[in-house]
Design a protein around this ligand. Structure first.
Ligand SMILES: [Zn+2]
Ligand SMILES: [Zn+2]
Length: 178
């Protein structure tokens, strides 16, 4: 099997984590992992406490932007967004039930406390949630650009308060009136 990213590098048996076998690329540090092994690993392995110290170091892990072909069956893999706070996506071949994790992304997943949550990440529900959160963050950034940090923060507080309020419609009407 060749690395889907580097193309001409042969994948070699490695370990993504203690007790989790994978096929790794020595060139880009990416790894191809069978979700069959992965599920076993989750059940048999207590995840060591998350390493908060790693967080700062993994903010800018390179994510492969282009579509990747599965090293096993050559079909295009599907990209799944990990979280709204990062741009990284994990490639999954649903035919082979194997995932491609870019070099450094495993550490990133751990720092986000998602290393044991991949099956959830690979659901439409998770993807929808990430999209909604990313959209909300984008809207807030746009507002900040117009009204400034402080007013945007105040608007967000009001929005959160309104959302939980049973009289939301009446309040919005009042706020919008002169
Ligand atoms: Zn590679
Ligand atoms: Zn495949």
């Amino acid at each position: 099997m060749q690395c889907p990213k580097c193309r001409h590098t042969e994948l070699k048996p490695t370990k993504l984590d203690d007790g989790l076998p994978a096929m790794g690329c020595t060139h880009c540090d990416g790894a191809f992992v069978s979700l069959l092994y992965y599920r076993d690993w989750i059940e048999s392995h207590e995840l060591s406490g998350t390493d908060a110290t790693q967080e700062a170091a993994v903010q800018a892990i390179d994510d492969t932007k282009t579509a990747l072909s599965c090293p096993k069956c050559s079909k295009l893999m599907t990209k799944y967004s990990v979280a709204d706070s990062v741009d990284n996506r994990i490639d999954l071949c649903s035919s082979c039930d194997e995932a491609w994790i870019d070099g450094g992304e495993w550490t990133l997943l751990k720092s986000l406390q998602l290393a044991d949550k991949l099956p959830s990440v690979f659901t439409e529900q998770w993807q929808r949630k990430v999209r909604t959160e990313k959209m909300a963050a984008l809207k807030l950034e746009r507002l900040k650009a117009i009204v400034g940090e402080d007013d945007a923060k105040k608007a967000l507080e009001i929005k959160t308060w309104l959302k939980a309020n049973a009289h939301k419609a009446a309040l919005i009407q009042f706020l919008g009136s002169d």
